[in-house]
Design a protein around this ligand. Sequence first.
Ligand SMILES: [Zn+2]
Length: 348
Amino acid sequence: MTAATTTIPDAPASAAAPRATMRAAQVLGPRSVALGNVALPVPSAREVRVRLEGCGVCASNVPPWEGRSWFTYPLRPGQLGHEGWGMVDTVGDEVRAFAPGDRVAFLSDHAFAEYDLTAEEKLIKLPHTLAGAPFPGEPLGCAVNIFRRSGVRAGQTVAIVGVGFLGALLVGMAKSAGARVVAVTRRAFSRRLASLYGADEVVPLDDADPHDAVRRVAELTDGSGGYDVRGFCDVVIECTGKEVALDVAGEMCAVRGRLVVAGYHQDGPRQVNLQLWNWRGLDVVNAHEREPAVYLDGMRAAAEMVASGGLDPGPLYTHRLPLERLGEALDLTRDRPNGFVKALVMMR
Ligand SMILES: [Zn+2]
């Protein structure tokens, strides 16, 4: 069970004074979260304070939610929330590019709260056409950046292994770029999602025999393995963060193909078939972005794509929960029940 009791003491606030506190969710330990009042953070000269509308819940939140030996608890109030969007509330003295009232998406790490601070170079303004729509900028920018690093071109055969939030967006972008898209995914629900986003072929991935999917992709591409490799895919993007999916993704790559690791593999080491990667001469790209300027660029491109109707993440926001139900949102993200793609925690 998740704790929902308030354990953080209320800071004093008088009715007449400007607001001094905010509500923030705090992970106290594995599968334990509390909602409390904490001091409203004050921006330094080059920071911006955002009043959040919402924040996406990310698969990367699951290991610290479940607990791993390398995490220390309690986490800080709001911590783990990194997919926030909202309205600029106040800015530091030296901030020129943003003003109160700007609607923004931003990078930060304490956005499971009513307000969060970020550096002025870590925000993008949202186009007016997106008014009222959720915009978790970080994962949308991440999808665009992964797609850019995948180098997908028209006419290529591209396999997307794992169709959740990221995979579905990549199916859509690869299709728009003119590729032939093969979606490989476990859940029947995700296979329907892949079709909705335009996949040409949808291949089931069966945990009991994952190589079945490789054989099916071989059939679809006139592929054969061994020392005389033929067929398979020009680009394979692995989006699950699971070792078995990484294995089959490698096996689906053509000679000189590109294996793009988009899954989040931070819960422990992986063993890979370097013999196969090496023989096929694969380019292996770890496509997570860590450079804020590049991240922001991807977020801007994503905002334009969504605003222009080129990409619709709407069907992927399957669950919206208020901040006080963050624990449930994290459990949903871990358990992925049928019909679940992504949870958004809404602040108001
Ligand atoms: Zn994320």
